[in-house]
Write a new protein. Structure first.
Ligand code: 5AD
Ligand code: SF4
Length: 469
């Protein structure tokens, strides 16, 4: 997963629910963590915790961490250093502040966190956040902090409460819904199979119930989440495997739900039925985040990606044959060990061939415990920096070109945010672009048609019109 989460303040917008204690949750990393943070908050509501955006007056602070790229653990330790001061200020007033570290850094570091940061009361991995009430109780018994890095993800989903309608209403028109966790692909650079564990799909019925609860609370757009979401194979209740395509078709039948998205996918799991869903299901948005990582088949093999550059290009062609306006997005890693200038050129070539609407690109960084961390032939830092710059120049040009190609079109936009300017509302186009318009506040939460007037690097602007083109 790669999208940046919403700012912290956004996560804490639900503070209006009557509560006698306050929790501050800081979310690092991907959408999966954003989802997990909302579900932790759901678990805490019955315990009397409301969310706050001010760590100073929180009774409970949770750092929901990410381990995917460089210096993740160091960032967490430096945040914990700041929290140490906050906690001692509170202690001076005779008040307690419970500090928890959750997510993938917690999973990877475990006990080490308590050793390096004794102010921490609880360390718990992605498979354990449903046990928060118990962990909090145990941490109140004083003494050393508690650690829970057990894995059985299914226990977590079974124990989570259905999101409260009131809370979901406060969260708005778009929602994430986690359907799959973990990964069995073992790309040689990646920590996810170790921190999130083996691939697990939530039962079909459980996902449908959560989707219905979200739609009942006014959600119009659902993004299905998973580290390998298109590997989803839920059990449909009658003992049959239900694929992601089947899930999408079933969700599309829910009245009131207007848009479906899914992220993040592996090229190997783009099955025929999922490819067909892109042309068959109108509610499935024409946007696909399909990481390729590199354009050289030699490097893809060293990464254990299980696809070639050619098979990726053919795959995208097939999906676009049924959905010609499909906007593509990807992740790239430059400077994987052994990457030559010719390998890197192959990455630039595939970018030029596919034409991405947006993308994320990173310098390779070794993650300890992964096979690539011990590969020979590291690419020098200055070469990585230079390649990343060249790649990002092309990707940025493509993004601007895509945004400009929308000028003059009329696109449906779901207005789910308020802009910084007076009278400004913001929403997403079908292609996930942010679209800014001037509109009365009554339009907030509405799906409106917008004629696009300008296209910049990161957003579009336009005016509301009555009909689509
Ligand atoms: N170094 C650089 N980038 C990485 N990613 C994952 N692991 C690493 C690593 N060790 C990137 C991949 C992945 C995205 C979420 O993060 O591009 O798709
Ligand atoms: Fe990591 Fe590869 Fe699994 Fe994606 S598919 S989560 S990059 S191991």
């Amino acid at each position: 997963m790669s999208k940046q989460p919403e700012p912290l303040e956004k996560l804490a917008e639900t503070a209006s629910i009557k509560a006698d204690k306050k929790v501050f949750i800081k979310t690092y990393g991907c959408q999966m963590n954003v989802y997990d943070s909302t579900r932790m908050s759901d678990v805490l509501t019955p315990m009397g915790y409301g969310e706050t955006s001010a760590p100073d007056d929180a009774d409970l602070i949770i750092l929901n961490t990410c381990h995917i790229r460089e210096k993740a653990a160091e960032k967490v330790y430096s945040d914990l250093g700041r929290l140490r001061i906050l906690k001692s200020k509170r202690a001076a007033k005779g008040e307690n502040m419970v500090i928890g570290v959750a997510g993938c850094v917690a999973q990877a570091e475990g006990e080490e966190i308590l050793r390096r940061a004794p102010i921490v009361d609880m360390v718990f991995g992605p498979g354990a956040y449903h046990k928060l009430p118990d962990l909090i109780k145990r941490s109140h018994n004083g003494g050393r902090g508690v650690v829970d890095t057990d894995f059985p993800i299914e226990d977590k989903f079974e124990s989570l409460p259905v999101p409260e309608k009131k809370k979901t209403l406060a969260r708005g028109k778009t929602a994430f819904l986690s359907v799959q966790e973990g990964c069995d692909k073992f790309c040689t650079f990646c920590v996810v199979p170790y921190t999130r564990g083996a691939e697990y799909s939530r039962p079909f019925r459980q996902v449908l119930d959560e989707a219905h609860a979200l739609v009942d609370a006014g959600v119009q757009e659902i993004t299905l989440l998973g580290q390998n979401v298109n590997a989803y194979h839920g059990e449909d209740g009658a003992g049959n495997d239900a694929s992601l395509a089947r899930l999408i078709h079933t969700l599309a039948d829910i009245d009131g739900l207007s848009r479906i998205r899914y992220v993040t996918s592996h090229p190997r799991d783009m099955t025929d039925d999922l490819i067909d869903a892109h042309s068959e299901v109108d509610k499935l948005m024409p946007y696909l985040h399909l990481p390729v990582q590199a354009g050289s088949t030699r490097i893809l093999q060293a990464m254990n990606r299980q696809h070639t550059a050619e098979s990726y290009v053919r795959l995208v062609e097939r999906i676009r044959a049924g959905r010609p306006d499909l906007a593509m997005s990807s992740d790239f890693i430059v400077g994987f060990p052994g990457e030559t200038e010719a390998d890197f050129q192959a990455t630039l070539d595939i970018v030029k061939e596919i034409k991405y609407a947006q993308a994320y690109s990173f310098k390779y960084s070794p993650r300890s415990g992964t096979p690539a961390a011990s590969h020979e032939n590291p690419v020098p830092e200055e070469v990585m920096v230079e390649r990343l710059k060249r790649l990002q120049t092309v990707l940025n040009e493509q993004q601007v070109a895509f945004n400009k190609s929308c000028i003059g079109k009329t696109l449906p936009v779901l207005l789910d945010r308020r802009g910084k300017r007076e009278g400004q509302l913001v929403g997403r186009s079908p292609y996930l672009q942010s679209v800014y318009i001037q509109a009365p506040d009554e339009a907030f939460g509405e799906m409106v048609n917008v004629e696009i007037e300008t296209g910049m690097a990161n957003s579009l602007t336009g005016r509301r019109v009555l009909e689509t083109t």
